[in-house]
Write a protein that binds this ligand. Structure first.
Ligand code: G3H
Length: 547
C-alpha cells in the first residue's frame, strides 16, 4: 500500500513538470540568453572563450524523460580577466583621487537614480530570469525586484540625510571640524543564489553610492539576470567604477585577494569561503569585511504558545522559497507535551501548500536550483532516520529530479547531521525538549548566531528568554518567524553568521569611514575655511545642503 502511494505521488510530482509547449507564453523566455560580453573598465568586452551553460531547475518533460531546461550561458573568464577588472577598479579609485570617489554626494546620487530608472526598464526580463535561474516563484521574483528598487530609493534618502547632518562645521575645544563619511577603496562584491538580485544589491549599491569602486561577481546560480543591467552600469557610472567578473570563484577570486588591492570584501555566502578568502589577503588588517553568512535559526515553542500561530509561522519560516533563506527557521524546538498536536497541524498545513512550477499562481514549493541539493537532503533524511527520527508527513522528502517535497523530521537529536548542519532546503527538523534550558544550551553551543523565534504568550517566560538570547543572536523574534526585513532594521549576526551590519542606514556606514578636516579656530583659519566653502572648490569641505 505504502509503495503504491509513493509511486502515485512521484507521478503527481512528475505531472507538475510540463513539456516545452505547455509553458505559458507570458512566463516563457523568448530565447536563450548566451552572454558573450562582460563589463570591464567602462567597456562591454567581447568574450570568445569558454562558457558555462545555465540550466534551470525547471525541467522539461520530453516523453518519459525530465531534462533541466537550458536557458543560456555565461563567460567563464580566467584570472587574467579578473586581474584586468581589478586593475580597472584600482585605476578608477586612483588612491581616492578618481572622479567617482571625489564626486559630490549629490552627483553620485544622480548617477544612482539614473541607473535605477534604467534598471526599471529591464524589470520584465530580470524577473523572468530570477524565476528561471533559481526556480523562485514568479510572484516572489517580482517581490525581489521591487524590494531591491525600494532599497535603492531608501538608500538614497538615507544618504541625503547623512549628508545633511555632515554639511556643517562642529566646534569643540577651540577646534573647528567638518566630519563626513568617505569611501574605503576597491570593493569585491559577491552575492548569494537565493536572493541573487536583492542581496547582491544591498551591498553593491551602498558600496557604490559611498564612492567606492567595484568588482562584482554574480552568484553561480543567478548570473544571467544581471546581464540586462550591465549596459545601465556602463552608461550611468564613470569607467572602471563597476566591473564584472565571471568564472569559477575558486580559480579567479584567490588571486584578487592575494593582490592586496581589495580593500573591502563583501560576501553573502558561506563562512567557510569567507574565512578562506580573508586569510589570502596579505594584510588582513587593511581588509574590511562585510559578511552575511550561514545560519541555523531556531524556533522555540513553549506550552504557553498560540499553537496555530506557531504552526503558521513555522511554515513561513521554514518553507518560504523552499527553506532557501539564510533567515529560515532551520530547527524547531517544541515542548514534548505539544509535539504530537504541533506535528499534526504542521503536516496538515504542509499538505495544503501548493507545489509545482514557479509560474503557477499561489505556488509555494518549487524545484531547487543546486543540482546536488536533492541528494544532500536525502542523505540528511537517511542519516536522521538511522538515528531514530521518522519522516512524519505523508510523502515527506519525495524527490523527482530537482523537486523535493518538504519533509518533517521527528524526533531529532544531537546525533543527527540535521541537528547542526544548515540544510538550506525543505526539511523541517523538530526536537522535543523538556526544559527551556535545552534550546538555550543549543544556541550557546551553536556556531551560528543570527536570529531566533520564541513562541509564547507568557510575559514572564518570554522575558526570561529575551535576556539570555539577545546575547546569543542578533534578533529575537517574538511569535513570528525570523526574517531580514524591514530593511531599515539592522541585519547582522554573531559567531559564524555575519560580520558587520547591514540595513539601509548601517550599510552606508559599513562601506565608508569617517574623515574629518580640522583646524584651530583662529581668525586666519576662519577666513581660509570661508574662502574654500564660498569658492565651492572642495566637494568634501562644503556646507551645501542636499534637498
Ligand atoms: O537569505 C537571507 C535573506 O537575507 C533573508 O531575507 O528574511 O527577507 O527572506 P528575508
Amino acid at each position: 500500500m505504502k509503495n503504491t502511494t509513493l509511486i502515485n505521488f512521484k507521478e503527481v510530482i512528475l505531472e507538475k513538470f510540463v513539456p516545452e509547449d505547455a509553458i505559458p507564453a507570458e512566463f516563457a523566455l523568448s530565447e536563450q540568453l548566451h552572454q558573450k560580453k562582460y563589463l570591464c573598465n567602462g567597456e562591454m568586452k567581447e568574450w570568445n572563450g569558454k562558457t558555462e551553460p545555465v540550466y534551470s531547475p525547471v525541467c522539461i518533460k520530453r516523453g518519459d524523460i525530465l531534462e533541466r531546461k537550458l536557458i543560456g550561458s555565461y563567460p567563464v573568464c580566467t584570472e587574467a580577466e579578473a586581474m584586468e577588472a581589478l586593475n580597472a577598479a584600482v585605476a578608477a579609485y586612483n588612491h581616492g583621487r578618481g572622479e567617482w570617489p571625489t564626486m559630490s554626494v549629490a552627483k553620485r546620487i544622480e548617477c544612482v537614480e539614473k541607473f535605477t530608472k534604467k534598471m526599471l526598464e529591464q524589470k520584465d526580463i530580470v524577473v523572468k530570469l530570477i524565476m528561471w535561474e533559481i526556480g523562485k516563484s514568479y510572484a516572489d521574483s517580482i517581490k525581489e525586484f521591487d524590494r531591491t528598487v525600494e532599497y535603492i530609493y531608501a538608500t538614497i534618502d538615507a544618504l541625503k540625510d547623512l549628508d545633511r547632518h555632515s554639511s556643517r562645521f562642529e566646534i569643540e575645544q577651540g577646534i573647528v571640524a567638518q566630519v563626513r563619511r568617505s569611501p574605503l577603496g576597491v570593493v569585491l562584491c559577491m552575492g548569494p543564489f537565493n536572493y541573487p538580485l536583492n542581496e547582491t544589491f544591498t551591498t553593491l549599491i551602498p558600496a557604490l553610492i559611498m564612492g567606492n569602486t567595484l568588482l562584482f561577481k554574480p552568484p553561480k546560480h543567478g548570473t544571467l539576470l544581471h546581464y540586462p543591467l550591465l549596459q545601465a552600469f556602463k552608461e550611468c557610472f564613470p569607467k572602471g567604477v563597476v566591473n564584472t567578473i565571471y568564472g569559477r570563484g575558486h580559480s579567479i577570486v584567490p588571486a584578487l585577494m592575494q593582490s592586496g588591492k581589495i580593500d573591502v570584501l563583501t560576501l553573502i555566502g558561506s563562512s567557510r569561503v569567507a574565512d578562506q578568502l580573508k586569510k589570502l589577503h596579505p594584510k588582513v588588517n587593511r581588509l574590511r569585511a562585510i559578511l552575511g553568512l550561514d545560519a541555523k535559526n531556531a524556533a522555540i515553542i513553549t506550552p504557553k504558545a498560540d499553537l496555530a500561530l506557531a504552526v503558521q509561522e513555522t511554515i513561513l519560516g521554514s518553507l518560504s522559497f523552499n527553506g532557501q533563506r539564510c533567515t529560515a527557521l532551520k530547527i524547531i524546538f517544541i515542548h514534548h507535551s505539544l509535539a504530537d498536536r504541533f506535528i499534526e497541524q504542521l503536516n496538515a498545513a504542509i499538505a495544503k501548500l501548493k507545489f509545482g512550477m514557479p509560474w503557477e499562481s499561489g505556488v509555494s514549493i518549487t524545484p531547487l536550483p543546486e543540482p546536488g541539493k536533492p541528494a544532500y537532503l536525502a542523505g540528511l533524511i537517511e542519516d536522521a532516520k538511522s538515528h531514530g527520527a521518522r519522516v512524519m508527513n505523508e510523502n515527506g522528502g519525495e524527490t523527482v529530479e530537482s523537486f523535493v517535497y518538504p519533509a518533517v523530521l521527528y524526533p531529532v537529536n544531537e546525533k543527527m547531521k540535521v541537528y547542526r548542519e544548515e540544510q538550506f532546503g525543505p526539511v523541517v527538523p523538530i526536537v522535543p525538549y523538556y526544559s527551556l534550558e535545552e534550546p538555550v544550551q543549543y544556541l550557546i553551543e551553536s556556531t551560528h548566531g543570527q536570529q531566533v523565534s520564541v513562541f509564547s504568550n507568557d510575559p514572564e517566560e518570554v522575558a526570561s528568554l529575551i535576556d539570555p538570547l539577545v546575547n546569543q543572536v542578533s534578533r529575537v523574534n517574538i511569535n513570528c518567524q525570523c526574517q531580514r526585513g524591514p530593511d531599515v532594521f539592522p541585519f547582522t549576526g554573531r559567531k559564524d553568521s555575519a560580520e558587520g551590519t547591514l540595513s539601509v542606514f548601517d550599510a552606508l556606514r559599513s562601506f565608508s569611514i569617517r574623515s574629518l578636516v580640522a583646524t584651530k579656530l583662529t581668525d586666519s583659519n576662519k577666513q581660509l575655511l570661508n574662502d574654500i566653502v564660498n569658492s565651492d572648490h572642495s566637494n568634501f569641505l562644503s556646507t551645501k545642503f542636499l534637498f
